[in-house]
Design a protein around this ligand. Sequence first.
Ligand SMILES: Nc1ncnc2c1ncn2[C@@H]1O[C@H](COP(=O)(O)OP(=O)(O)OP(=O)(O)O)[C@@H](O)[C@H]1O
Ligand SMILES: [Mg+2]
Length: 625
Amino acid sequence: MKRLASLRSRLLVVVLVAVLPAFALALYTNLEHRRAAVAVAQEEALRIARIAASEQNDVFQDAQRVAFTLAHLPAIRTLNAEACRPLLAELLSRSLEYSNISVAAPTGDVICAGEPFVGSINLGDREYFQRALTTRPVAMSGYLIGRITKKAAVVMAYPAVDAGGTVRAVVVIGVDLRSLNHLAADAQLPDGSTLLVMDSAGIILAHHPRRDGWVGQQVSDAPLAKAILTKQGEGTIENVGLDGVPRLYGLARLSATPDAGEVYLVVGIPRSVALAEPNRALIRNLVWLGLIGVVVLVGARVVAQRLVLRHTEALTAATKRLAAGDLAARTGLASNNTELGDLARSFDEMAEAVEQRAAERARAAAELVRSEKMAALGRLAAGVAHELRNPLSVIAGRIEILKRQMTPGQAPTFDVLARSLAQFEEAAERMRRIMEGLSTYSKPAKPDPTPLDLGELLRATSEVLAYEARKHQVAINVDVPPMLPQVVGDRSELMQVFVNLVTNAVQAMGDIGGGQATLKAYTADGPGTPIVVAEVTDTGPGIPADALAQIWAPFYTTKTEGTGIGLSIVRSLVEQQNGAAITVASHLGVGTTFRLTMPALAGSSARPSTSALERASREYASPDS
Ligand SMILES: Nc1ncnc2c1ncn2[C@@H]1O[C@H](COP(=O)(O)OP(=O)(O)OP(=O)(O)O)[C@@H](O)[C@H]1O
Ligand SMILES: [Mg+2]
């Protein structure tokens, strides 16, 4: 799952990488858009500044013309206060651009003015007034506060000169820069825009919107003022306004005031206003791109799930099942025509091959077990045939004796008859038991746990292997107590266990010229319940310590004729008996003991395992015949 999750996130990364250029393009386009918007706003500010400057210049020109006209009126030349006062008042009321119009004598004493005043006022000390007296025809002031009106103004002084060249009177017109406010309002500047008039000394002459106390302030240290002065009132700049708001500025110069120094008119549009549209567009584009990205991601996920992940998941699941031992696991993707389909097909083919091979191996193993058992059965049958010869020859011999005694007129004695009958009975019983051992061994392996006597099984084993033992000069000694508790197990399977163990013992001793095999059974204390122990001990060569662990493995053999599966079958048969266990102990040159333990059947009364008949029959098993 973890690997699939990382596959999923990799697909996600691929999609992101595909979407990223679109984001980059959107950002780049927006950057261009912003640049253009800034340029447009600056152009707009410049345009308005120029219009405003030109209109303000017109105001100054008009003021000059008015001053010129007034200077030629006799009432003014003669300094006739009575005549000029109503005239100026009337004129001022019609001219909103002027803060005041007054007429002064060459001494500077104001004779009459549009605005009423009390007492005497003298302008002789004003710098522009002195200039007007010397440098005719007109002089302009810088920014000043009118002595009569107390209003901020730029003042224009025009001398009335007679034919002799003597100055008779001076006409003084104050131009109220606040008229620029109307201009700014008319220009319909965007919200937050400003219009600033500043002279070359950095003094604010006018400001729109109105700010109390600003007019007349020297601001030459403000970054904006410095930038305006550097540009000398021409062109466009981007700067922080006097109120701290970043703006885009257009600069123009008022031309009508050369002798009073430069005056600059500056229009500023807030940067945020200029960039509002690009910002909106950027947000719009990013939102759209984000939405598209999400749709693409979801789509890619769905497609990846359908085309890739579903298949890799199926592959992973099938791999895991196969690894866990489920050989029937298949991907189910073999019909898919993609590379993954190819992979899945290869996997399925491989799984198929693995399954087939496993089945073949199982079949072969089963076949081997069966053939091993058949071979052993063949060997046993040959031995059994031998063993049957003994009781048969006993019977034949007895019959011969009886026949010989049955001469006409002479009947066998009772003793002879009784002994003969007893021998017939014993011979028949012996043959029955030999046949029973063989059939016990050959019964098909269908586990059928029943209560049984291990001692009796050991004895039956000795019967069926008697011939084999004799052949190898091996004496079999059965050591079983008369009373042995029963155990629960499969008769045929346990018989097979003992036949294998005893066969191995006989073969091992045969290799060293014979010996003694002891088949022993006894009870012992087990964990909780008593156990029955059955031992097969030989006096063979023993098993080397390093081989002890291997003897249980299938196909481990040290014999030229052996298959090596005898003990592996023994182990699996023992594992099938409830509670049974088998161990081996061996000493080189001394012999080997295989020990089978099984829980004693609770409540099973120990019973005599050997009958008188059986004891008698044992005579026939002795290796003397
Ligand atoms: N009683 C024993 N004494 C010495 N060696 C033994 C004894 N029993 C088993 N072995 C060793 O264990 C090996 C494996 O025994 P196992 O019965 O599995 O196979 P095998 O007897 O060689 O062949 P098979 O039983 O198939 O004819 C034997 O080849 C032998 O070397
Ligand atoms: Mg064997």
